[in-house]
Design a protein around this ligand. Structure first.
Ligand SMILES: Nc1nc2c(ncn2[C@@H]2O[C@H](COP(=O)(O)OP(=O)(O)OP(=O)(O)O)[C@@H](O)[C@H]2O)c(=O)[nH]1
Ligand SMILES: [Mg+2]
Length: 398
């Protein structure tokens, strides 16, 4: 699972990325601060089932804090895109190829309307953030159209000659874009393309197909950032204008301030919290206290900074993921070394038991016999869909 953080320049993509990953990639109030993609790891929260066993857990991959598991999610921060990027404007869109593996896009916009399409600061309220949601989709479409179209006619003709299936041909074209076969079929069905004659498809028709491919396979969520400078009405207007793409207000700068202060032990704050406490006021200077006061005002107005919530909506709502806890002992919920609930994996909702086994280890998938539900102790067959929060043992040959 990987999420691409995308958008026009200077809207706060890197700030949001740094807040989520606690990395330190450059941020600045001008466009094209980021010139190449950065990868990092954020985390989403789920309740840890360890309390059901009346014991604590021993997490390997996903830390547990106060009964909450923080499950890792990969993130990619890319340079800003400008309208016309596919024609080489701004930094072009070559770097989008680093988003091939992304399962969805978190688009950061300046909800305060204070950044031009090219990322230059302007007076708040003078720019319309819904515009960038529209044209960013167009840039993504032309990127996918380009990938789809390479040597298209010649290849399409040989598909026709060989009588091969057009959906398999298309799947081959978009391998590496991590678009599942079901999405290719769904996209094809949404168009009225003549499946028997792909070589006759025009560029416009391939563009239409790319649009449906993106809609079927790459869900988007808009982070209405710089919400500290935006009005609730502006965020609502944006929501209305970009529906059905959902909008989540965020204050990336405030979240970054809080997470860094918490890491330094200056405040007590967990991402997603509606409040924080200053741990040691004497260690803070006047400027830091002022900054924290400002953050307090933002929390009072918006509830939270919205950053953690935006990531979680993306992962759970848009990408339809759930968390499963594989164990080796279904009674004690331990691995072979006696560690309680060592792993927490993100998987698509209702993933069948055997696919969960494959995710743990390909050997377990290949030699799958059955799974055992850690709560009911019932045996589950290969196709049995798992529920969010499932604790499950995989039984395999050897
Ligand atoms: N007021 C306000 N400013 C923010 C917020 N988030 C980021 N900024 C500021 O916006 C400016 C741009 O932030 P970056 O994170 O560098 O933006 P970017 O989208 O990565 O920019 P490029 O890499 O140039 O495309 C910086 O001055 C940030 O401090 C926010 O929530 N509120
Ligand atoms: Mg950046």
């Amino acid at each position: 699972m990987e999420i691409g953080v995308v958008g026009k320049p200077n809207v706060g993509k890197s700030t949001l990325f740094n807040a989520l990953t606690l990395l330190d990639v450059p941020m600045a109030p001008f466009p094209f601060t980021t010139t190449s993609p950065h990868r990092g790891v954020g985390a989403v929260r789920v309740p840890c089932p360890h309390h059901e066993k009346g014991t604590s857990c021993a997490p390997g991959n996903a830390k547990c804090v106060d009964g909450v598991r923080w499950v890792p999610v990969n993130l990619v921060d890319v340079p800003g895109l400008v309208p016309g990027a596919h024609e080489g404007k701004g930094l072009g869109h070559q770097f989008l190829d680093d988003l091939r593996a992304a399962d969805g896009f978190l688009q950061v916009v300046d909800a305060s309307g204070g950044t031009t399409a090219e990322g230059v600061l302007a007076d708040p309220g003078t720019q319309d953030p819904s515009e960038e949601v529209r044209w960013l989709e167009e840039e993504l479409i032309s990127w996918v159209t380009g990938i789809l179209s390479k040597d298209f006619e010649r290849n399409a003709r040989s598909v026709e000659l060989e009588g091969a299936k057009v959906e398999e041909f298309l799947q081959g074209r978009v391998t590496g874009l991590s678009i599942p076969p079901a999405a290719v079929l769904a996209a094809l069905r949404s168009t009225s393309l003549d499946r028997a004659h792909p070589s006759a498809w025009t560029r416009a028709e391939r563009t239409e197909l790319a649009k449906h491919l993106l809609r079927a396979a790459k869900p988007r969520l808009v982070a209405a950032n710089k919400a500290d400078r935006a009005t609730v009405d502006a965020v609502e207007a944006l929501r209305g204008a970009v529906a059905p793409v959902p909008v989540a207000p965020t204050c990336a700068e405030a979240e970054l301030t809080l997470r860094r202060a918490a890491r330094a032990g200056l405040v007590r704050y967990r991402p997603g919290d509606a409040a924080f406490e200053v741990a040691e006021p004497s260690r803070l200077n006047a400027a830091q206290l002022r900054a924290l006061d400002e953050v307090r005002g933002i929390l009072a107005r918006w509830g939270t900074t919205g950053v953690q919530a935006a990531l979680e909506r993306m992962v759970f709502e848009r990408l339809g993921q759930m968390v499963v806890f594989p164990v080796e002992d279904e009674q004690r919920w331990t691995d072979s070394r006696g560690r309680v609930l060592p792993d927490a994996f993100l998987l698509p909702l209702h993933t069948p038991a055997r696919a969960v086994a494959y995710r743990v280890h390909s050997d377990l998938g290949e030699n799958f016999i059955r799974a055992i539900d850690g709560r009911t102790h019932r045996a589950l067959g290969a196709d049995h869909p798992l529920e969010p929060g499932a604790v499950v043992r995989i039984v395999s040959r050897k």
